[in-house]
Write a protein that binds this ligand. Sequence first.
Ligand SMILES: Cc1cc2nc3c(=O)[nH]c(=O)nc-3n(C[C@H](O)[C@H](O)[C@H](O)COP(=O)(O)OP(=O)(O)OC[C@H]3O[C@@H](n4cnc5c(N)ncnc54)[C@H](O)[C@@H]3O)c2cc1C
Length: 456
Amino acid sequence: MTDTAQLNSTDQVIDELRDWLSSNWDPDLTVAEWWERLGLAGWSAPTLPTNAYGRGLSRNDGVRVAQEIERFGALGAPAGLGLLLAAPTIATHGTQEQVDTYVRDIVIGQKSWCQLFSEPAAGSDLAGLQTRAVRDGDEWIVNGQKVWTSGGQHSNLGMLLARTNPEVPKHQGITYFALEMIQPGVEIRPLREMTGRALFNEVFMTDARVANDALIGGENNGWAVANTTLANERAGLGSGGGSGAGGSVLPGTVGGGLDRRAGDYGSGARPNASDGKSKSGSKRKEDGGEDGAMVRALSGGPKLLVELAKSNGSVTDPNVRQGIAQLYTWGELGRFNGLRLKAVKSGGGDIPGMPNISKLSMSHIMRLTRDLGLQISGAAGMLHGYNQKDRSALESATGNTLVGFVTEMALFAQAPSIYGGTDQVQRNIIGERVLGLPKEPNNDRTTPFSELAKNV
Ligand SMILES: Cc1cc2nc3c(=O)[nH]c(=O)nc-3n(C[C@H](O)[C@H](O)[C@H](O)COP(=O)(O)OP(=O)(O)OC[C@H]3O[C@@H](n4cnc5c(N)ncnc54)[C@H](O)[C@@H]3O)c2cc1C
């Protein structure tokens, strides 16, 4: 396809979406009713294939669709790890029955998901995980502990990696399940971070049960399935797609947002900075804050920092100007890389390592935004509001609504270089799989897991 043909097809998609939104968006629908319309029309997850409630669009076009829904003022797709990770993984490895069970509920926002991968002794070395699943008739019994489980406290289901055969090398004995989070064998304990929020949790599984029908992609084939999840995580986070326009209301039946009025959450209902109320007068939930900070930093960081620098006069400082230009340049490089990847993919090719490079760029942009934001904020950047009341007090003390955004983002800026695989791990992958450098010598591809030395 030529560049012009691609642009035309993107424009056609956006025209079709605008027509669809004009006839379908109704702010008086409940969130659940609106998400059902959006999802079943293929606009919640347009990058999924058509048999999985999508439209087979490229990632860039998917981002354009989300932006257009937001620009229109409608509530965006049910954001979260279901849409970002579980749906594309199940669309790739699941049966059509599993697609119709799980992916449908994700795109219409009925079920929310978390990612039960990391364990206390298995993060970077994910394949060393020790949670066990043992077959019991039509079910599996699960025992073990996960940690850093983002959104676990709001989730209906978890993407669970468990060891199903310890007598083979570690990558070969793992299975991927869709675990029901609300059951007696699952205990979820939130962990509070230095941001003041509790984004993630410890999850303890004690004789938890999962049906054999909920096994995704074949017994002991979980490593391949997990890699699809991880590739989507790196690419999605790298493009800032971790949240989506619907980030202000949680999907799923645990979050309690489904019965609310959709129009109170669309981008046409922006909260007033001083009181946290939307234009329509309803109080918005304060969830998804960190992810929101990340997306704002990635998409609107330079603009926000220019506003902040103008407000306190530091915009004339050559160092600040240089930092803003640097940040803008990194954003543009990411955009060009996205376009380059799209062009190569439309010709049937690929650029190896691009998800890893996107993830590394995202971490770098977050750090640049943090450093520059704190530099511009000066002494005010040492203060942080941990709740809405403190934030309002800070705003009136500093006379600036943007400083709170900077400190929130600065406290969270450490996280992107860790989650979804640390920066060091991304570099290892690029070195080994893209540049062909030799792997670190070890015996874990040949020795049964049960005979390997364990971290704990
Ligand atoms: C905000 C946040 C949200 C998260 N959400 C989730 C979630 O929802 N679900 C989930 O399953 N997990 C989640 N995680 C966990 C995340 O995936 C892990 O923290 C990450 O994989 C690193 O693992 P670890 O913390 O065990 O660190 P370790 O693996 O112990 O690493 C410690 C340090 O050693 C370095 N290191 C380790 N191995 C190597 C190597 N081979 N070469 C070079 N350096 C190395 C690392 O880069 C790091 O600096 C989240 C983490 C964060 C911070």
